[in-house]
Each structure stands twice: as C-alpha cells, then as structure tokens.
Design a protein around this ligand. Structure first.
Ligand code: CCH
Length: 305
C-alpha cells in the first residue's frame, strides 16, 4: 500500500518552510525571559520530545508530540517545557498546517543556527497523536544527579554511542537550570545564548567543587576568581555550574577522550553535534522511499494539510 501523500513540504528549503523558519527566528528574542532568548528552552523541548526513544521496542521519539498530554508533559523531567510550547503556539496558529511534532523539532534546529551553531539537517512529515495512548512511559529521560553508568543506560537505549553522548551533551552550552523546574540552579557558560564549545573547555579548565543547594540538590560550581567583585559590564559575576552527569563526562575515560577533542576543536564539535542532533530528531521515524513518514500512527491519521 502507498504511504499517504500530502501537500506538506519535507525539506526546509521549500518556500512554505522558509516562512515558518523566519517566524521562528523572530520569536527567539524574548527580552523578559531568562537570558533574553527562547532558544535554549526550545532546544530542550525538541530533545525531550525525541529522547524518549527506546530502540528495543521502537517506541517514543519525536513523532506524535505527546508532551501535549499530561501523561508525558507532566513527567517531572519535562517541568518548564510548557514555556517552550507557549512560545511556539503563535506559530502553530499562523501556520496551522505544520504539526506540533515538526514545529518543535524545526524550531530547535532554527534556534541552534540562530544562536551561532551549525546548520542541522531536518526533515518534516511527523504527525501529532490525537490521544495519549501512544505516549511513552515516564522515566526515560536522564537524571542529572546520576553517573556515567546512568548516561550509558539512557543513551544506549536510544542507540547512541559514547562519542555521540558527549557530542549531544555540548547542548549545555545553552540555557540554564531553574530550581523550580529541575531543582538545579544556574548556567553552564557565561553566554548561554551563544552556541559554542565553551562547555567542554570550562569542564576541563576548572576545579569544580560540589555544592549542596538549599533544596538538597548537589551540583558542581566554580566561581571565577578574576571576576570576583565586578565584571566588565559592572555586573556581579555569576557562579557557573555543572551537573553530576556533566562531571561524569570528565572522569569517565571513554567520555573524556571526546571532551578533550571537542574542547580543542570547535569545528569537529559543530560537525559531530549537527550529525547527532539530526539523528536524535529522526529516532523512531520510518520513512518510505519518497521520504514520507510511514509510522503506523501517520498511516492511520494521515497528515492533514
Ligand atoms: Fe540538558 N538539562 N540534560 N540536555 N538541557 C537541563 C537543561 C538543558 C540533562 C539535564 C538537564 C541534554 C542532556 C542532558 C539542554 C539540552 C540538552 C537541565 C535544567 C537539566 C537538569 C532544566 C531546568 O531546570 O530548566 C541531563 C542529565 C542530560 C544527560 O545527558 C541533551 C542531550 C540536550 C540537547 C541536545 C538545554 C538546551 C537546556 C537548557 C534549558 C533552558 O531552559 O535553558
């Protein structure tokens, strides 16, 4: 049987998608939100939509946009991602033909590029679940308080290797932790809206000290001695942070090889990140010969345009 054909474009170069991309670029600047950009939380939205994938059962992944339902959206791991969804809602209203699943993933790719990161290939055609029956179970996303074994347990399940785990983790160049979302607090790098390999550099550069927060969470922190007092802008320097899982990349010998390479070679990091992020967004998505998504749920619902 033939996969459904639709009018929805698959490639970002199509004029229709160019309009959506331009609209996404416009909404990224949010002066009153966090560090002034919706980009980081949007990147996390796409990652958490895709990072539920389980290779063994071929369930989860970015098709479906299941986070709109409480069973997935209410996973404590997804706390705060309603902000990303709210930022993107006007675009969905403006371009009703795009599915949430495509919009969330495309928006992340656009945001990364806009924040100075690499061009990431993206393909459309995802559909949205119409109920929560196919949502993945909670508990498939990583826990920042854990160690290297946990990272392997989570990411091997998706089909990633050690190099890919370290490359993906470089997304922590972006954004910050919020105590009312994850329980952790602070940002990894000084400029959290600029995509770079600074995360790996800082990981290696500093003597990260364990700190217990008032809520009992333990993270690692570093205060730049040179910046104590006031920095160039006359603002108080902020303490930088790492999660226990970030520090695990530094101490695990197999992960460490890649931390070193990415700290020393920004181009290599950009290339590897672009590849692995594109792979993340395609997890669990099956395409027919014409590139159309042929997941069972898509065959059932079609792709309304
Ligand atoms: Fe992450 N991440 N992440 N992360 N993450 C958090 C924030 C961001 C873990 C834990 C956390 C990836 C991998 C991991 C982003 C992208 C990626 C937070 C703070 C925690 C905790 C959430 C809060 O409080 O708002 C753990 C553990 C892992 C294990 O590997 C991967 C992979 C990616 C993307 C490729 C981004 C971006 C943020 C910033 C979000 C924001 O709101 O600023």
């Amino acid at each position: 049987s033939q996969p459904p054909t639709t009018d929805v474009p698959l490639t970002p170069s199509s004029p229709q998608l160019a309009e959506v991309r331009a609209a996404i670029v416009k909404l990224l600047k949010q002066p009153d939100y966090d560090d002034g950009s919706a980009g980081p939380v949007i990147v996390r939205l796409a990652w958490h939509s895709a990072g539920t994938y389980d290779k063994a059962t071929d369930t989860g992944g970015s098709n479906g946009a299941g986070m709109r339902y409480e069973v997935e959206g209410g996973d404590p791991a997804n706390a705060g991602l309603q902000h990303a969804r709210a930022f993107l809602e006007p675009i969905k209203r403006q371009f009703p033909w795009i599915t949430y699943a495509d919009l969330w993933t495309l928006a992340a790719v656009v945001a990364i590029k806009e924040m100075g990161g690499p061009e990431i290939s993206w393909r459309g055609g995802r559909t949205d679940f119409t109920d929560d029956s196919r949502c993945p179970p909670r508990g498939r996303l990583p826990d920042g308080s854990k160690d290297a074994d946990h990272l392997r347990w989570i990411f091997y399940r998706m089909g990633f290797n050690d190099q890919e785990i370290v490359a993906l983790s470089g997304a922590h160049n972006l954004g910050r932790c919020h105590s009312d979302r994850s329980g952790f607090e602070g940002k990894w790098v000084n400029n959290p809206t600029r995509f770079s390999n600074m995360y790996y550099k800082l990981l290696r550069m500093h003597d990260w000290k364990k700190k217990k927060l008032a809520n009992g969470f333990e993270q690692y922190v570093y205060i730049d001695k040179d910046l104590e007092g006031e920095d160039a802008d006359g603002e108080e320097p902020e303490e930088l942070m790492m999660l226990p899982t970030d520090i695990a990349l530094l101490h695990d010998p197999s992960f460490r090889v890649w931390v070193d390479k990415y700290a020393e070679d920004k181009d290599l990091f950009f290339r590897d990140f672009a590849n692995v992020f594109a792979k993340l967004l395609e997890l669990g998505i099956r395409r027919g010969e014409n590139g159309r998504v042929i997941n069972q749920e898509n065959l059932e619902s079609g792709y309304k345009s």
